[in-house]
Write a protein that binds this ligand. Structure first.
Ligand code: ZN
Length: 220
């Protein structure tokens, strides 16, 4: 925090110096011009006078702006510090060792993250398709795989067809529901033995896995 303040201070200082140098340059110009006092007095109501007041006005604005910027920088720093205590992302805690996930006529799970207590011996996922499109047009499933393996396993399942629930014969698949269409629901119950940390769930319907993915966390 102190480093930030120290880093900001020279900036404000440099701004102030720039304003001063501009002012001195203006003063130098106006000081050179009036070689004869009579000309200056003749034109006192004219341009030199107005330009000088303009310069004074500018210098006033510059110094005010300098201090104004410095204080607003401080306010910004304080605001950002206080905003650091923003809420953490909600965790969808499956406190009763089960969780309901909805899908519809789009490529989206109702949640992108599920946390399961590690003391659950089993976990049940209930998948409901609240859309209208049939399984052969907008089918969805819920397939749990090791973190990062979702796209690969979904791609491998595309050749299995709807009859095979687009599920590859892959030992990495931890749990999987069938493919369901609009108005249908299904569920899968599986053991959590040996599971800890983060996993990925995906829909293996062709083309869905890139968007339909989430994180499944087993946490003690
Ligand atoms: Zn899907």
């Amino acid at each position: 925090m102190d480093n930030t303040m120290q880093a900001r201070t020279p900036v404000g200082y440099i701004r102030g110096m720039a304003a001063v140098s501009v002012l001195s340059a203006l003063v130098a110009c106006s000081g050179n011009e009036p070689g004869s006092e009579s000309r200056q007095s003749e034109q006192s109501a004219g341009e030199p006078q107005s330009s000088r007041t303009a310069a004074q006005a500018e210098s006033g604005d510059a110094s005010d702006g300098g201090t104004g910027n410095a204080s607003s920088d401080n306010e910004t720093a304080q605001a950002s510090e206080s905003s650091d205590s923003s809420d953490e992302a909600d965790t969808n805690l499956a406190s009763d060792c089960s969780f309901d996930v909805d899908v519809g006529d789009n490529l989206q799970y109702s949640v992108s993250q599920i946390t399961v207590p590690a003391d659950c011996s089993e976990f049940t996922l209930n998948l409901a398709h609240t859309g209208n499109l049939p399984a052969n047009a907008m089918g969805h499933n819920w397939v749990l795989v090791p973190e990062g393996d979702g796209l690969d396993i979904a791609r491998a399942g595309s050749s299995k067809g709807l009859e095979g629930d687009y599920l590859a014969d892959d030992d990495r698949i931890i749990a999987a529901t069938e493919i369901i269409g609009g108005g249908e629901s299904t569920s899968i119950t599986f053991s959590l033995d040996g599971l800890e940390g983060d996993y990925t769930y995906v829909c293996t319907y062709p083309g869905h896995a890139a968007a339909m993915r989430g994180t499944f966390t087993v946490r003690s």
